[in-house]
Design a protein around this ligand. Structure first.
Ligand code: UDP
Length: 325
């Protein structure tokens, strides 16, 4: 089959590109290289390369042309990372709203299936352990740019669902919870690559706040096959699925584990949120998914535990330090 992956040069997109190519499919990558990089798409010798189009998912004409050449679309292009959302709020909103609108309309027009990647961020401050797809969103006040990512992604989900209901679009929505692994950059805020890089440099790991906030990390190599299975499953169409890990960890505990694994002499430092974000920033205290819906539908069960995740990111960061990239 021929697949379009918007954001195919990004962290998750490039793993998905490699996975689909390894299964013998043809991949068309549409990426504007804002946070993605051509280096992410380096293929193994002897493996076919994807076709790459350098452009924006907000370019409706380009999206329409690309969509017209494929059998299905994975829409992963998005402004990501808490630093990006906080510092480039307008551009992030535009990318996340207009890009999705363009892709949804093109998939609808060409009558091909679409997987829309969404985020656990849509649950906002809802602290329920084991968030299910029907749980409520609890968001802070709109002037805090922090919520703009959740707002945009929630609207994206609504746009996609409405096209399914009103125009028969074949769409499935995956809400990703803290996907992590080799190739992810710490530059935009993501905690494990940041901790790994800090530890390898012998610097203190910057735990934001008191470190009591809880996350469930999931290895990208567990996430990617789930995205493919969801797009392939006709019964999944029109539905939303949580995709995330099963091992909740406090960020303070995570930092200690990274220090242990790397043997870093730098230790840990607690940093107030104000040092990185606007005053009044509220972090999500807990974000733990219930993935039983994805398990029942596609047999989703992450196989890599937190230690394996940390080790794979540390090895990746070490390779970057050695290569100077
Ligand atoms: N975090 C941290 N130190 C860092 C980067 C992030 O303590 O240097 C925390 C962040 O405040 C959040 C958690 O780690 O509580 C996960 O952050 P990330 O940006 O990876 O994902 P989020 O769950 O916030 O989308």
């Amino acid at each position: 089959m021929r697949f379009l992956i918007t954001g195919g040069a990004g962290f998750i997109g490039s793993h998905l590109t490699r996975f689909l190519i390894s299964e013998g499919h043809k991949v068309l990558v549409l990426d504007n290289f804002s946070t993605g990089s051509p280096g992410n798409l380096n293929s193994e010798p002897g493996t076919p390369a994807p076709e790459v189009v350098d452009g924006s998912a907000c370019d409706r004409k380009l999206v329409d042309e690309c969509t017209g050449r494929v059998d299905a679309v994975f829409h992963l292009a998005a402004a990501v990372g808490t630093f990006t959302i906080a510092r480039r709020t307008i551009e992030s909103l535009r990318t996340n709203l207009l890009g999705t609108e363009a892709v949804v309309e093109a998939a609808c027009e060409h009558r091909i299936p679409l997987l829309l990647s969404s985020t656990s961020e849509v649950y906002g401050l809802n602290p329920k352990p084991g968030l299910t797809e029907e749980d409520d969103r609890i968001l802070g006040s709109p002037p805090h740019s922090r919520w703009s990512y959740a707002e945009a992604k929630s609207v994206d989900e609504t746009i996609a669902r409405a096209h399914a209901v009103e125009h028969g679009l074949d769409v499935v929505i995956a809400r990703l919870f803290n996907t992590v692994g080799p190739g992810q950059s710490g530059e935009y805020g993501m905690v494990i690559p940041r901790f790994a890089r800090q530890a390898l440099a012998g610097e203190p790991l910057t735990v934001f706040g008191d470190g009591s906030q809880i996350r469930c990390f999931c290895h990208v190599l567990d996430v990617v096959p789930a995205l493919v299975a969801l797009l392939r499953d006709r019964e999944a169409r029109g539905q939303v699925f949580n995709v995330g890990g099963s091992e909740p960890v406090r960020i303070e505990q995570l930092a200690r584990r990274v220090v242990e694994i790397t043997g870093s002499p730098g230790g840990i430092v607690h940093v107030p949120y104000d040092a990185f974000f606007e005053p009044g920033y509220r972090d999500t205290p807990s974000r733990i998914p219930d993935c039983s819906k994805a398990r029942a539908r596609i047999g989703f069960r992450p196989s890599r535990d937190l230690d394996e995740i940390i080790r794979s990111v540390v090895a990746d960061q070490r390779a970057h330090v050695v290569s100077g990239s």
